[in-house]
Write a protein that binds this ligand. Structure first.
Ligand SMILES: NC(=O)c1ccc[n+]([C@@H]2O[C@H](COP(=O)([O-])OP(=O)(O)OC[C@H]3O[C@@H](n4cnc5c(N)ncnc54)[C@H](O)[C@@H]3O)[C@@H](O)[C@H]2O)c1
Length: 515
């Protein structure tokens, strides 16, 4: 086994006084990162949820009352018929709540998106918010006031003031949307404070952090939900339905990844998140303030969960199956350097930076049941957005690129079907029930569902659909890919975060229409 490469030690200075992670500025109005593309087909809207549209919610308050009524009704209906998720190792500590008191940590672009979704529900009170950027706090307070909500308590006088939010008795659930290096630390503190915890992706940066999430969940009995919204994409859930109904036969092979040209996010002009510019760190704005440093210091797939989360669910990972091992390879790094030279000139100081992260990182995972999964991280070369999904079994396959499906005996021999008809036929019960309303919620609707699942699981205080074991296994790709790349593609074993229990854990019932 290769030596484990923990470059977080390089990245994370003592006491988290991260000099390069400047947690202060993000008070700009970020334009949509990507357009939302909706393809209308006969009688259905297939929504290809493209990341971005982060501020669309800020314009959506005018639709709020109508939607709140709907959500109130459906939430109540849902509680009567809810099938409890598998409790697995979680300890249910209390009965169901009608109203959930939520504390938000991080109300930057993503946190605001979540907050605006929560504000549209009658079963949630936002009772506390924390952000070290005053401007983001003010924006959040304005949004809460406009929605008719009571003024929450505010925190953010320093980087650890979130602990004072966690000390509030009245907070039932906490939603964390901060830069990556804070995720595990905040989630661990939140679980220790007895809160139902939701955390943005990716969950953990190192193997130690992956274990911290699992161990803390087990020690405290507090639940952790990784807020992987792509698991709720309409096409993804329709394909999951097809998988469950055995349309593709026995599963064999998957492809997925995060293939998104982020050059204009990782580098900008310090004024506008998408302003043409080549700055980052304390001269940048938004994610360039904290995310770019990972590209300088780590050669790893640092963002695996958007692709891997949906595939892990289809393949029953941690629930009858598990990730066994991984090999990873990285190309050389050219994209960010070339972008700097092109937009800032060859004499710009940043043109001298050696980026460690290869432009395309390809990992192959083997599972206990004999499937393979190719995961790609490709964020610094010019390319259109795609998560590159392929789901292949003994009878056929879906490929998102090309929007096509082939099923032996159903499709014409050796010819692809357009996927639309299949996806429409297998549209997921959740989308059938909530789809019209979900489309308002950001990222083509999937954000509605991930927040809905968070709220409904938290009200019941039961294990969420995507739990601490999932957060750990999916995020483990980051340290394992780093170790494999550093050792010429040597295979790396996944720890069994379930400690053997994956054999007997039952899959979560993803096909119900409640959450
Ligand atoms: N699921 C998705 O589709 C999706 C999309 C975008 C971002 N994200 C994830 O959401 C997270 C946040 O991303 P973002 O784009 O909103 O970044 P951002 O930089 O806009 O927001 C982060 C916020 O956290 C605040 N913060 C930093 N340190 C803090 C601390 N110690 N205490 C309190 N607040 C602190 C910052 O002031 C900022 O307002 C990241 O993990 C990112 O990967 C997920």
């Amino acid at each position: 086994m290769a030596t484990y490469v923990n470059t977080l030690a390089e990245i994370r200075p003592k006491h988290w006084a991260v000099p390069w992670v400047i947690f202060s500025i993000s008070h700009f109005q970020r334009p949509p990162r990507h357009p939302i593309i909706r393809k209308r087909t006969a009688g259905i809207i297939i929504t290809f949820s493209i990341f971005g549209k982060r501020h669309e919610q800020e314009q959506k308050f005018k639709n709020m009352n109508q939607r709140r009524n709907f959500i109130k009704k459906t939430a109540l209906a849902g509680t009567g018929i809810a099938t409890l998720p598998n409790l697995t190792f979680g300890i249910s500590k209390s009965g169901k709540k009608d109203k959930l008191n939520v504390g938000m940590i991080g109300v930057g672009l993503r946190g605001t998106n979540h907050m605006n979704n929560l504000l549209q529900r009658d079963d949630v009170n936002i009772v506390a918010i924390c952000d070290i950027d005053d401007v983001r706090i003010k924006m959040a307070l304005d949004a809460i006031s406009k929605s008719g909500g009571a003024k929450p308590k505010t925190f953010g006088k320093n980087e650890t003031d979130y602990l004072n939010l966690l000390a509030l008795q009245e907070v039932d659930a906490v939603l964390i949307a901060t830069p990556w290096l804070w995720h595990t630390r905040m989630a661990v503190d939140s679980m220790k404070a007895g809160k139902f915890t939701g955390m943005e992706v990716s969950a953990a940066n190192t193997m130690e952090e992956c274990w911290d999430l699992v161990n803390t969940h087990e020690e405290t009995g507090s639940h952790l939900m990784i807020l992987e919204n792509v698991n709720y994409r309409r096409d993804v859930l329709a394909v999951l339905n097809m998988v469950k109904q055995n349309v593709f036969g026995e599963l064999m092979h998957f492809r997925c990844g995060y293939q998104h040209d982020l050059r204009g996010v990782l580098l900008n002009d310090g004024k506008d998140a998408y302003g043409k510019g080549v700055e980052f760190g304390d001269k940048g704005i938004s994610e360039s303030k904290w995310r770019t440093q990972h590209s300088i210091l780590r050669n790893a797939d640092v963002y695996p969960t958007h692709g891997l989360g949906p595939i892990a669910v289809m393949d029953d990972i941690n629930r009858g199956n598990r990730f066994l091992s991984l090999t990873s390879h990285a190309t050389k790094a050219r994209g960010l350097h070339d972008y700097i030279v092109e937009n800032g000139g060859k004499d710009h100081p940043n043109a001298k930076i050696n980026f460690k992260m290869g432009d395309v990182i390809t990992s192959t995972i083997e599972t206990a049941k004999g499937e393979t999964i190719i995961v790609t991280h490709d964020t610094t070369l010019p390319r259109p957005y795609s998560l590159g999904f392929r789901v292949q079994g003994t009878k056929g396959l879906w490929e998102v690129d090309g929007n096509r499906i082939y099923v032996e005996g159903k499709s014409k021999y050796d010819q692809w079907d357009a996927a639309d008809e299949w996806l429409q036929k297998y549209d997921h019960p959740l989308w059938k029930k909530y789809g019209e309303h979900a489309l308002d919620a950001g990222h083509g609707g999937m954000d509605f569902f991930v927040d809905h699942a968070f709220v409904e699981s938290a009200k019941l205080n039961v294990a969420p659909p995507m739990d601490a074991y999932d957060a750990a296994a999916w995020s483990a790709v980051t340290p394992l890919s780093e170790a494999s790349i550093a050792n010429n593609g040597e295979p790396q074993d996944f720890p069994d975060f379930t400690r053997g229990n994956w054999i007997k854990r039952k899959p979560y019932d993803w096909m119900k229409d409640t959450y």
